[in-house]
Ligand binder design. Structure first.
Ligand code: FMN
Length: 177
């Protein structure tokens, strides 16, 4: 049995949902692989050496991945690089076809410049917009950003832009890496 660790960073749970789909895909492939999901907050409590592959997934909030993701990467850099590894980013800009690839997504490109880790596999997934769930400030800010970028601004909007087939394809890549 080979063990895959997926470390996720989420604010509203959508990145976790993506990780759960990856887990489903990997474990249903009869590949003898077991997936463990842990929040990035627990990164320092887990012995990463006991896993065969490591995937990190993180969402964007106000232009950034959480500092906890960067700390987790920096603390474990040689270990990460010694195993098959992958990183994916979740953001709403990736709903645009011209920004939904690792090479064309500005957040992922900016992130890679900030870290020494060179993930062997990369992915970008479009996230979820859920205005009713946000507090007034975040709702105002996201509606404003959406207005500028010609996205939905109706405060009742709840929409998953995620391409689940793309997530499943990445699950197959992770199971084979
Ligand atoms: C307060 C807030 C700020 C956000 N800022 C950005 C942003 O700067 N750029 C972007 O592309 N998406 C942004 N998003 C969209 C999130 O990346 C998207 O909703 C994602 O699905 C969140 O994933 P999570 O639930 O795992 O945190 C923002 C969302 C919220 C709620």
């Amino acid at each position: 049995m080979s063990r895959i660790l997926i470390i996720y960073s989420t604010t509203d749970g959508h990145t976790l949902k993506i990780c759960q789909r990856l887990q489903q895909v990997i474990e249903s492939r009869n590949s003898g692989q077991h997936v463990t999901l842990i929040p990035v907050e627990d990164c320092h409590q887990v012995d990463l050496r006991t896993f065969d592959k490591i995937v990190i997934g993180a969402s964007i909030h106000y232009g950034r991945h959480s500092q906890k993701v960067i700390d987790c990467i920096n603390r474990n850099l040689p270990l990460l690089e010694s195993k098959p590894n992958a990183f994916f980013s979740v953001n709403i800009v990736a709903r645009k076809p011209e920004k939904n690839q690792p090479e064309t997504n500005p957040y992922l490109q900016k992130f890679l410049k900030r870290i020494a880790w060179r993930p062997r596999k990369l992915a970008v997934f479009a996230g979820k917009l859920d205005y009713p769930k946000y507090g007034p400030f975040d709702r105002f800010m996201i509606r404003f950003i959406m207005w500028i970028t010609k996205g939905p601004t109706d405060p009742a909007t709840v929409v998953e832009f995620t391409d689940w087939q793309q997530v499943e394809a990445f699950g197959r890549v992770a199971s084979e890496m």
